[in-house]
Design a protein around this ligand. Structure first.
Ligand SMILES: Cc1ncc(COP(=O)(O)O)c(C=O)c1O
Length: 423
């Protein structure tokens, strides 16, 4: 029985055309991710133009999409990087990015590569008191950044909110005196204060956190840089609204300026968006694999040849992505769009309360190409790789008019070779 129908806007393609879609399928088959170089470069330019009062640096939070080819494009556009694990740091170093351009902000202390990373010049951003202690023991007398939980957070949903009392990220704002004591014990110089409150944050909360973070920075005389994290909203669906970076930036600039007038402290500003830089730079091409229905009071299901193993955001966050059927049909139909995994949760059309909804799409036939838009951030990088033993999805870069393979389709040998059957 259909309990709720949520008719969504008809969406359109971002940068792909029916011709590039066919070329991509000919090159690597379907499904396939395609990223657009030009769009990435445009986004980098927008982020680099963020207003600032006393100097500015933008870092790309590479967790959003850490493909080496994407990192190289972003580095060439002059951005620095924020890595969320020591392995992401190693990925950057492997891409030839100098350590000085990389900051490590990790929930887990980097036990395996710490010496190599710090010797390469990577900035360490301590995310807990224990991390300051461990870093101080290993590298007494160094410069260090600390991540502070400013006491409030904001995300597009609970799972992407990483500030406030229910978030384990960073040093709780009331504990920064302890941070100072531990740092002093090891002769560490706290030069940067960092906060990141969530992904898809409410711009007003993000703005409010600026003052809270500046107040934290004032506690440490050696701080010269304040990093306000990422989290800028990006409209993937046509009905959504992106954060206006210029508008937020002008506000932040005025707060920094006013703060300098009141305290004499002129902090350099850093931000570190991931989503803003990459979300709408990537699209996932796939196909209609099957169509079925559950009778006249039920639903019509459009089953794709991709799913939560490749693009996990809908199942994890009930996130909306535009879905476009590539055909010339003049008719539309409401579909529940399903992934190919053997999971009732592998559905692209759910609302925030995880209730099944439908999307109004071109009436589809089995075999029609489909494009899932807004798939450049937290999609390939966050996929449930090899669930149901589906191979990982190949990736292409659209560079001017040429499609370049940047990740081959995964072979069965590649998937199975690390597994060992004991004697
Ligand atoms: C420390 C840090 N900085 C930046 C980001 C980027 O956030 P977004 O992709 O929402 O811009 C994240 C994402 O979770 C993060 O954890």
């Amino acid at each position: 029985m259909t309990t709720q129908t949520n008719v969504k806007h008809m969406e359109s393609l971002n940068f792909l055309t029916p011709e590039t879609i066919s070329k991509a399928i000919t090159l690597v088959g379907s499904p396939a991710y395609v990223y657009c170089r030009k769009t990435i470069e445009q986004r980098c330019s927008e982020v680099s133009a963020f207003p600032s009062a006393f100097g500015f640096n933008a870092r790309y939070a590479l967790k959003a999409n850490p493909h080496l080819a994407i990192l190289k494009i972003i580095e060439a556009m002059g951005l620095h990087f924020d890595a969320s694990s020591e392995y992401e740091v190693m990925r950057c170093l492997h891409a030839g990015i100098p350590g000085e351009k990389i900051q490590l902000t990790s929930q887990q202390f980097p036990n395996k590569h710490l010496t190599e990373i710090i010797n390469a010049g990577v900035l360490f951003n301590a995310c807990s008191l224990r991390q300051i202690e461990s870093f101080g023991k290993a590298f007494p007398g160094s410069n260090i950044s600390i991540r502070v939980n400013p006491g409030t957070g904001s995300g597009s949903n609970r799972k992407t909110n990483v500030g406030g009392p229910s978030a384990s990220f960073g040093i709780w704002h009331e504990h920064t005196n302890q941070a100072a004591e531990i740092a002093a014990k090891h002769n560490l110089n706290i030069t940067r204060i960092h906060s990141h409150i969530g992904s898809g944050s409410d711009p007003d909360v993000w703005k409010a956190v600026t003052e809270m973070t500046l107040a934290q920075a004032d506690k440490f005389p050696s701080v010269h840089t304040v990093n306000l994290g990422g989290g800028f909203k990006v409209a993937r669906m046509s009905a959504e609204k992106s954060t206006n970076l210029q508008e937020v930036g002008e506000f932040v600039k005025s707060v920094f300026t006013q703060h300098a007038q009141n305290t004499g402290k002129q902090y350099k500003l850093e931000i570190e968006p991931g989503t803003y830089l990459s979300a709408n730079c990537g699209s996932l091409i796939c196909h209609v694999d099957d169509i079925s229905n559950t009778g006249k009071d039920g639903y019509t299901f459009l089953k794709l040849n991709t799913g939560m193993d490749t693009i996990t955001r809908p199942a994890l966050y009930a996130a909306d992505h535009p879905i476009i059927i590539i055909n010339n049909s003049s008719e539309t139909q409401d579909y529940v769009v399903c992934g190919h995994c053997c999971e009732s949760g592998d559905v692209f059309t759910v609302d925030e309360s995880d209730t099944l909804t439908t999307a109004t799409l071109n009436k589809a036939e089995i075999g029609d190409p489909v494009v899932i838009e807004g798939a450049g951030a937290y999609c390939a990088s966050m996929s449930l790789k090899n669930y149901n033993s589906f191979p990982t999805t190949p990736q292409l870069l659209l560079d001017k008019d040429t499609l370049k393979i940047i990740q081959q389709p995964q072979s069965l040998t590649n998937m199975l070779s690390p597994e060992i059957i004991p004697e």
